[in-house]
Design a protein around this ligand. Sequence first.
Ligand code: ADP
Length: 190
Amino acid sequence: MRMLLMGPPGAGKGTQAKVLAERLNIPAVSTGDIFRANVKDETPLGLEAKRYMDAGDYVPDEVTNAMVRDRLSEADAGDGFLLDGYPRTLAQVGTLDDILAEHGHKLDAVVALIADTDVLVARMLKRAHVEGRSDDSEEVVRHRQDVYTAETKPLLRVYAQRGLLVEVDGVGEIDEVSERVLAALKTVTE
Ligand code: ADP
């Protein structure tokens, strides 16, 4: 299974990615997590990414694409993966297509978690207290929603046209949402 998990900031992608990867026995590759690990370790990549992340902007495509290309070339991603938070721009869609083609692979499914913006903002502000993420202040949270709407939401149409998209209601208990996703995956992959 090679799949994408999409949806606006706060929709629960990270949480679901971990559960689903385990259930499907594939690695979850989260660009946000990889960036945060690099920021924490103060690597050159982390220092570059941090200023964009703190402002709620996307890290430049060249940087993100190179990172994903490296990660998907690792052995554990050879038989499948769940990408969380990538692609987010049309250029990234093109790069992912290239990476897959180079390996003779193709995508099986794109799952979009859907939730109302007010629910999302409320969740993220709550998370800010719990996790202390530096990009979870109210102003930055709203900006991230706007960036998603402008840059990433249009990608859903691209994948819908390819017949890969399934939309899943992201509001509910964690287990409930996971079951919805697993059921929805059956409809696109069968
Ligand atoms: P969220 O989905 O809540 O915004 P993520 O953990 O997925 O959280 O991403 C956090 C930040 O990492 C983003 O706001 C962005 O700055 C950066 N980032 C993650 N994935 C990408 C990507 N595919 N392209 C560019 N920047 C990204």
